[in-house]
Ligand binder design. Sequence first.
Ligand code: ADP
Ligand code: ADP
Length: 226
Amino acid sequence: MAQITLSGVKKVYAGGVEAVKGVDLEIGDGEFVVFVGPSGCGKSTLLRMIAGLETISEGEIRIGDRVVNEVEPADRDIAMVFQNYALYPHMSVRQNLAYGLRNRRMARAEIDRRIADTAAILQITDFLERKPRALSGGQRQRVAMGRAIVRDPAAFLFDEPLSNLDAKLRLHMRAEIKQLHRRLSTTSVYVTHDQLEAMTLADRLVVLNGGRIEQVGKPLDLYRRP
Ligand code: ADP
Ligand code: ADP
């Protein structure tokens, strides 16, 4: 678990688009923060910078005591969940879950233990030997979350993870993510353009507009305002 600190963070893309124009934010240890705002406001860029997937033009991002810009990708202790699952189609669910751990040269027994625990949490134990194409959308999304959980990271980063699911499944998975956070208390940053999703999930909402923070607060405090 870790605190995430953004100080004076800016992003200018090659070509001159200023996607993020100076963001200061402290995300508490174990907090669930949601970035919400219209398309193009910079949510995804900000999340990708926290993930270390995008260079930071100016400012600094810290996860725990590490400065993101200075840490090698392999040492980054965060896990990202995407909307397109990004599962390996030729691997079984078990192999998909194990993949990131093998890279870290973790012992076989420890890998097996973590997969069993993660599968139990997400109720995917019965599908471990199946390939992703033999799963439903919701099951795939659970496996994608499983890949994040199994690593036991300091933080989860979610990039619109539910936007490819149908309305009913989206509601269901939203509740599961909330439950999961109650259970694991892992620091989480979640990006969505869906206000209802944002309100339901967030301990604290960060409303972005034009690359800047427009409002920060607890969901009810923000939306109660006249
Ligand atoms: P959001 O996630 O809120 O929709 P993004 O972070 O994706 O917003 O985009 C913020 C701004 O940066 C937009 O104007 C977008 O067009 C621009 N942008 C995003 N990615 C790139 C890129 N790789 N190169 C240039 N401009 C980009
Ligand atoms: P869309 O059809 O809207 O692009 P999909 O979720 O079908 O959305 O696909 C998005 C991307 O994710 C594609 O590049 C696809 O290859 C990948 N993808 C989706 N599901 C899986 C899966 N189960 N295993 C591997 N890759 C997947």
